[in-house]
Design a protein around this ligand. Sequence first.
Ligand SMILES: N[C@@H](CCC(=O)N[C@@H](CS)C(=O)NCC(=O)O)C(=O)O
Length: 238
Amino acid sequence: MSRLSDFPITQRWPAKNPDVIQLYSLPTPNGVKVSIALEELGLPYEAHLVAFARDEQMTPEFLSLNPNNKIPAIIDPDGPDNAPIGLFESGAILLYLAEKAGKLIPNDPVGRYETIQWVMFQMGGIGPMFGQFGHFYKFAADKVANNPYPVERYTNESRRLLGVLEGRLRDRKFIMGDEPGDYSIADIAIFPWVRGLSVHYDAAETLRLTDFPCVSAWVERCSDRPASVKGFTVPATA
Ligand SMILES: N[C@@H](CCC(=O)N[C@@H](CS)C(=O)NCC(=O)O)C(=O)O
């Protein structure tokens, strides 16, 4: 598609500023990864709310951009070869934005692949496992009231993953290193999910998060950044 207006999603969510990146999202742990990255990178963007309460992720317009009916998704009107590019999957979007801006990912190949490795650790481990934990522990608790197995399984798996992070962060301020410049898309991919264990699932006690002091200090460090504070509120839900 050669113009932003060629993307059917723009019929339901029209662009007020068609020259900037269009973000289709909701402030969930997956959604805020992208708003936080956009804020950190200083890339201009326009955010559109995809309201789950109205099942908007299932509309033909949204599915035309992401057939997998999940936020976040973006269109960059100024993609490769000066043509618009549409993308879904937050890990792919983070990589795209970091490489477009030349920030939040190291330039050297080893550091770059190491960063991608930790982004994938979030995409394949933290996201799906914490997500299942939250489902059974909070959102579908009534459905498993007589069966402790799902909560036990995902509690154990979530704690195991937190242990992996604790090991990584024991001697580093950020996933990729100790310097302020080491803050990367690996941090941005992971910390909103760990924050969500308390903020979205109220599970700090059940998961005994005090066993992971380096992880907790890192979540605070990342959450306090101005770009994170702003990114948590995008798109506005009211
Ligand atoms: N692997 C995807 C996961 C995205 C995802 O699970 N998004 C959720 C919100 S956090 C969603 O859109 N759910 C709507 C649905 O499943 O209908 C990514 O990282 O982008």
